[in-house]
Design a binder for this molecule. Sequence first.
Ligand SMILES: NC(=O)c1ccc[n+]([C@@H]2O[C@H](COP(=O)([O-])OP(=O)(O)OC[C@H]3O[C@@H](n4cnc5c(N)ncnc54)[C@H](OP(=O)(O)O)[C@@H]3O)[C@@H](O)[C@H]2O)c1
Length: 243
Amino acid sequence: MTGSSASVAGVVGATGRLGAALCSALESAGVPIGLRASRAGWAVQEPPTVVFDVSGPECFDRTVRLCRQWSAALVYAVSAVPDAHADRLRQLGREVPVVRATNLSIGHWIQIRLLEAVASLGPSLPVLPVAAVWERHPITKADRPSASATELAEVWRESSGAPAADLTSVRAGHPVSDHAVQLDLPDESVTIAHAVTGIGAAVRGALLLLPWVSTAPAGLVTAHHIYDDLIAKGVPHAASPQH
Ligand SMILES: NC(=O)c1ccc[n+]([C@@H]2O[C@H](COP(=O)([O-])OP(=O)(O)OC[C@H]3O[C@@H](n4cnc5c(N)ncnc54)[C@H](OP(=O)(O)O)[C@@H]3O)[C@@H](O)[C@H]2O)c1
């Protein structure tokens, strides 16, 4: 892992589905883990330089306090972010690098870019498509709609000027999630869909962020801002048995 050899990671939510997979990937990449936090305790071996919070909103205060104490960067990947937490992430960003990662998967970034590309065609199209957003997660996901679905609807509104006509949530099926934007034109529809079948999609995104955030100045950015930057520069292709 280039650019992150000096990083020490912290994982808040280290025993969860995402946290455990992230810890295992960090270990495989040779990144030391200085903090592992769960309800069983916050075990500190050495102060981390980059904290990944993949827990829930209840850990927010302690995570922010520790990042401030250690001057550690924060990658905040908890999906539910109340307005008060969003404000405090902005404040923390005046002191340390802070990344808001609503959805860590690179596929979600691609889906957003495709949606923006369609919206940018809007004025040239015979008719602006009517957009509807649909998301599905297993019944274990308590909140709805997902932050990613809300983001898709917001991106469509901002880039096309028209609100999404509907935003629907389904709680059923298998891990991990599906998000689709249906774009209706007269007598035809185009759907931009993104299916996540393994938590590895989010883990790979988190590992992509690590070298960038390890050397970033203080400031609040989104994971998509970092992907934009990395992809503009050209990310080396990782070997993958899937491709
Ligand atoms: N941004 C993304 O791409 C992305 C992708 C997937 C998930 N997420 C988000 O990541 C978070 C975790 O998802 P998950 O599926 O891994 O959930 P999960 O399996 O329920 O894991 C939650 C983790 O948080 C810990 N935790 C909860 N309350 C705590 C507390 N009060 N103090 C200390 N630790 C606490 C749990 O510890 P215990 O084991 O001790 O209970 C566990 O380690 C959620 O917010 C989810 O929405 C984000």
